[in-house]
Design a protein around this ligand. Sequence first.
Ligand code: 5GP
Ligand code: MG
Ligand code: MG
Length: 186
Amino acid sequence: MHPDGEKILLTEEQIKLQVTKLGRQISQDYANKEILVVGILKGAMVFLADLVRKITIPTYFDFVAVSSYGSSTKSSGVVRILKDLDRSIQGRHILIVEDIIDSGLTLNYLSDNLSSRGPASIKLCALLDKPSRRIEPVNIDYCGFTIPDEFVVGYGLDYNERYRNLPYIMILSPKIYGGGKQNVTA
Ligand code: 5GP
Ligand code: MG
Ligand code: MG
C-alpha cells in the first residue's frame, strides 16, 4: 500500500468485480436503448473508463467539470460549472457517473440542472456512497459500495490532486491532512 494510506478499503479485485456487475446491470436495464454517460471530472474518470468497457449497449460519453463554491474544505451546495457538456441532451437517456456521493449537494445541483435540458431520462451511477454525511437526499440508481465516514483516495479520488492513479481505494492517513474528519470536495 502507498505509505500515506492508513488501510486499503477496497482492493483492485473487489472494485473490478463490482464494476463488472454494474456494467452488466446497466446493459440489461437499458436493453434496446442507447445511453449518454455523463462523467463528472476529474474524480469519476477512472471508474467511468472501466465501467463503459463492461457496458454492451451503444454508449456515448460527455463530461462536465464542476467546482463547489465556498471554502476548499466545505461543500456549500452552490456549484459552478467549469466545463459544460459539449452537446444538447434533449431526448437522450442520461447516466451520470460520479466517484462518490457525500453531502449530495453537488449531485443535486447537477441533476436539477441537467433535468431542465429535456433529457428522456436521468439516472445516477456512483462508485461510492457515504450516506452518513448526506445533507440532500440522493437516489443512487447504481451504487458500487457503501462506505463509512472516512476520507478515501485512489481509483480517481484525490487529496490535493494526488493519489488519483492508485488502482485501489485506501483510507488516507489523518497525518496527511492534519487530523480531524475531512470535507474536501470536487
Ligand atoms: P458532495 O456529495 O459532498 O457534494 O460532494 C461530493 C464530492 O466530494 C465528490 O465528488 C468528491 O470529489 C468529494 N469527496 C467527498 N468525499 C470524499 C472522500 O472521501 N474522498 C475524496 N477524495 N473526495 C471526496
Ligand atoms: Mg466527484
Ligand atoms: Mg477532489
